[in-house]
Write a protein that binds this ligand. Sequence first.
Ligand SMILES: Nc1ncnc2c1ncn2[C@@H]1O[C@H](COP(=O)(O)OP(=O)(O)OP(=O)(O)O)[C@@H](O)[C@H]1O
Ligand code: SF4
Ligand SMILES: [Mg+2]
Length: 345
Amino acid sequence: MSTATETAVSDGSGGAPALLRVEDLTKHFPIRRGVLRRQHGAIHAVDGVSFSLDAGETLSIVGESGCGKSTTGRMIVRLLEPTSGRILYQGEDLSAARGGRLRELRGEIQIMFQDPYSSLSPRMTVHDIVAEPLRVHSRYRDGGPARVRELLDLVGLSAGYENRYAHEFSGGQRQRVGLARALALDPKLLVLDEPVSALDVSIRAQVVNQMRRLQQTLGLAYVFISHDLSIVRHISHRIAVMYLGAIIEVGTRDQIFKAPRHPYTRALLSAIPIPDPELRGERERITLTGDVPGPGDPPSGCRFRTRCWKARDICATDPPVLAGQAGDGHASACHFPENDGTVLP
Ligand SMILES: Nc1ncnc2c1ncn2[C@@H]1O[C@H](COP(=O)(O)OP(=O)(O)OP(=O)(O)O)[C@@H](O)[C@H]1O
Ligand code: SF4
Ligand SMILES: [Mg+2]
């Protein structure tokens, strides 16, 4: 991705390095076939993604299933090695960290999944679940039990929960326990991968509000991965929209929701239900036709062109660069972006 792109997606913080800066991040998974498992091409799960995030900020990553959101999140927490590109945490290249520094960084950058319990033993109590990261990082002996109670209190669970088992709880309570565990090592950055998608709609707002309160109290930064655009609108400072492994638009919440420039973003937003019947009539309805192309063979030129109603010849030959117009951090990757000043309801 070009320098112009990186400039466009960074809103910087007046000279201090961003808390997180992702530069041209790429992950290709080899496709292997036959008895000899020879490589036949690669799945372009993430293809040149760049963005930055400041302390205390929420950047949401949205897009259809398979567009590379989780792969991006897993690379940030080093659960996956990038094929290429850099991840800078407070200006430090994560791939260069070793030994004690790597352990420290693993504490400062945490990830939480939709179902954090799938990998945990059902025999663990809530206390054990929250205490485990403290034990692994040799921080339990010095005030561990009090720290576990403090963490449960932070996420709105009383000490009475400590000796119970996670499977006894509702989904919302389980996600609170997961949050307490993710906070155990005092992280500065949390990658939240669909953290509330499995919860009832009524519970989602409660858990997300808890996350917002914690962000304000602890100064946390979130990379928030979600399909749910209503929740994204509620929690985000900035939003990156991904399509087939690439960011196709990035901007503040209002820039994306009120004045989207990329046709794909407009299509995604047009699918959100509007409760007010009067406003409903004013909203354009865009129905995307055609399937998402396979990530093993993305289209030439613009990745979105096979489904785009505005596509012209140049879209098949020249990949559009993610770039802005006004230097306000709002950038889209489209040769013919919407810039008519239309403000959506
Ligand atoms: N370990 C892997 N090996 C091969 N392909 C993979 C692997 N992990 C992910 N992929 C592929 O990479 C692409 C991006 O996957 P990813 O899980 O990042 O998407 P996503 O945006 O998180 O989707 P969802 O919304 O369904 O969670 C998909 O085509 C997926 O099938
Ligand atoms: S570059 Fe062309 S195909 Fe791609 S989104 Fe813009 S108009 Fe559509
Ligand atoms: Mg995912």
